[in-house]
Design a protein around this ligand. Structure first.
Ligand SMILES: [Zn+2]
Length: 451
C-alpha cells in the first residue's frame, strides 16, 4: 500500500531535524520520501492513500527495549513487594501454570496496548512454546518485535530446544517484522558455565539464521538490585569483587549484541567494561521505582557515550506499556536525585525512546528515525488537546505533557495498524474477554495447586 501523510509537523529524529508543514511518502513497507508538503504533494499524486496530519505531530514509533509481554495477565496480581519475594512467592508459582494459549493472549493484549501508546517495536523476554507464543501474537497484531526465550540453569535442555525452534521459525520472519533473541534470565539464575554456553549458542544460531544486518541479540537482566552479587555468591559460590559486568566479562560473554535491562547497581569499573564491550542498556525507571530497586546511573553512562534506551518492563512491574510515562519518569527522576534540572533534557529522552532504542536492538539500519529508505514505522499524535496548548515546543510537550491516549494513528512496516484509535488488525473486545477468562482459569488452577 502507498500512503502520503501530509500537513504535519515531522520530528525526524535524524540529526534532530524538524519539518513543519511536512509530508512523508510510503511505498509498500518503506519510507521513500520526507519533505515539505507542497513538494511531496506534487511528486506523489495518484495511487497514494492520503492522511491529513494537520494539527498532528509525526514521530518514528517508540522502541520499547525491555518487556515481558505475556505478563499482562498478571497485571495488578501482586504489587508493593520486594523483587525476591515478588518473584519467588507470587509471580513464578502462577507463571508455571500458564498455557501456551495464555502466553499468546497475554502478549496479544500487550501488543494492542503498546500500539495504542505509540510503541511500534517491543523487545520481549518470556517462555517460548512452539505451538502458541508471543511471536504469533505480535505477528497477528502487526507489531514489530524481538521475541526471546528466557533461560535458567534448571532447564538447560528445554531452553536449547526452545531457542532452536524459535530461531528457525521466527527469526527475520513475517516480512521482517519479527526477530528473535537468546535471553539468559540473570547472572544469579544462570550459572557461569551456562552463561558461556548461551553466548556460544547465540553465535551458532546467528551463523545459521542471522546475518550482520539481521542479528540475533542477547537480552538479559543485569544489576537490577544492590544484593545481586550476594545472590550470585549464594547460588554459584562465585566471589564478585569489582562488579557484575566485570564478572560477566571474565566469562567472555559481553559484546555489542548484549541488551542489559536495568543496570542499576553498577560500579565505576562496570561502566568502563560496558563502554569497552559496547553493551547496550535498557533503562526501566518506572519498574525500578516500583520495585524499589534503586536508580540507574544513567547520566554517568550517557557521559561515557554508552547507548541507553528505554523500557517499560513487564505489565506487573510498571504496570502499563506506556512509553510517555517512562519518558517523563526518566526525565524527572535523574534531575530529582541529582538535584540537577539540566540532566536528561527532553530532546535526549525522546531520542532514548526512539533512535537509541533502535541502536540498542541493532536495528537502526531500518527503524528509529523518519528518513527515506527506512521501514515505515510512523506514529501520528493529535496535538489539538487542552493539555498540549499553546505550543512552544513539540519535544517538550511529547516528554512532559502528552499521554498515550493522544496517539491517533500508527503505521508499522507500512501497514496502518491503528487508525483514529481503532486497531485494524485484531478485535480488542474479544482479546480482553479471552484475557479475563485466562486470568480466571489461572486463579482456579492456583487454588487447586495450593490445596
Ligand atoms: Zn524484566
Amino acid at each position: 500500500m502507498n500512503v502520503l501523510i501530509h500537513n504535519g509537523t515531522i520530528l525526524t529524529l535524524k540529526n534532530r531535524k524538524i519539518i513543519y508543514q511536512g509530508a512523508v511518502a510510503v511505498e509498500d513497507k518503506i519510507i521513500v520520501d520526507v519533505g515539505k508538503t507542497t513538494e511531496l504533494k506534487r511528486k506523489y499524486r495518484r495511487g497514494y492513500e492520503k492522511i491529513d496530519a494537520k494539527g498532528k505531530v509525526i514521530i518514528p514509533g517508540f522502541v520499547n527495549t525491555h518487556q515481558h509481554a505475556a505478563m499482562s495477565l498478571l497485571r495488578g496480581y501482586a504489587d508493593d513487594l520486594p523483587l525476591k519475594e515478588w518473584l519467588e512467592k507470587w509471580i513464578w508459582p502462577i507463571e508455571k501454570l500458564m498455557t501456551p494459549h495464555d502466553i499468546y493472549i497475554g502478549a496479544l493484549l500487550t501488543a494492542i496496548e503498546s500500539i495504542m501508546s505509540g510503541i511500534t517495536t517491543v523487545n520481549t523476554m518470556y517462555h517460548y512454546t512452539p505451538e502458541k507464543n508471543e511471536a504469533k501474537a505480535f505477528a497477528d497484531a502487526g507489531l514489530r518485535g524481538i521475541i526471546g526465550h528466557v533461560c535458567f540453569s534448571w532447564r538447560k535442555k528445554e531452553d536449547k530446544n526452545a531457542l532452536e525452534n524459535l530461531a528457525k521459525n521466527w527469526h527475520n520472519k513475517v516480512e521482517g517484522l519479527i526477530r528473535v533473541s537468546v535471553d539468559p534470565h540473570a547472572p544469579y539464575t544462570v550459572d557461569p558455565e551456562y552463561m558461556k554456553g548461551l553466548r556460544n549458542l547465540r553465535d551458532k544460531l546467528n551463523e545459521k539464521y542471522g546475518s550482520e544486518k539481521t542479528p540475533i541479540i542477547w537480552h538479559t537482566h543485569i544489576a537490577e538490585t544492590a544484593d545481586e552479587t550476594e545472590k550470585i555468591k549464594n547460588a554459584f559460590n562465585v566471589q564478585i569483587r569489582r562488579g557484575i559486568m566485570e564478572y560477566l566479562d571474565s566469562l567472555d560473554v559481553l559484546d555489542e549484541k548484549v541488551v542489559a535491562a536495568h543496570c542499576v547497581a553498577l560500579t565505576d569499573r562496570d561502566i568502563a567494561v560496558m563502554k569497552k564491550r559496547r553493551v547496550k542498556v535498557s533503562h526501566n525507571p518506572v519498574s525500578n521505582l516500583k520495585l524499589a530497586s534503586g536508580i540507574s546511573p544513567v547520566p554517568q553512562m550517557l557521559t561515557e557515550n554508552i547507548t541507553v534506551s528505554l523500557g517499560t518492563d513487564s505489565p506487573c512491574s510498571n504496570n502499563t506499556a506506556d512509553m510517555f510515562d517512562v519518558m517523563k519518569t526518566a526525565a524527572l527522576v535523574h534531575k530529582g536525585v541529582n538535584k540537577n534540572p539540566t540532566l536528561l533534557p527532553a530532546e535526549k529522552v525522546l531520542e532514548m525512546a526512539t533512535i537509541e532504542g533502535a541502536k540498542a536492538l541493532l536495528w537502526e539500519n531500518e527503524i528509529g528515525t523518519i528518513e527515506a529508505g527506512k521501514k515505515a514505522d510512523l506514529v501520528l499524535i493529535d496535538f489539538k488537546k487542552p493539555h498540549l496548548c499553546p505550543l512552544h515546543s513539540e519535544i517538550s510537550h511529547l516528554v512532559y505533557a502528552a499521554k498515550a491516549s493522544d496517539v491517533e494513528t500508527v503505521i508499522i512496516n507500512g501497514k496502518i495498524v491503528m487508525e483514529n484509535r481503532k486497531i485494524t488488525t485484531v478485535k480488542i473486545d474479544s482479546v480482553m474477554k479471552e484475557a479475563t477468562k485466562a486470568k480466571e482459569r489461572l486463579l482456579t488452577k492456583l487454588k487447586a495447586n495450593v490445596k
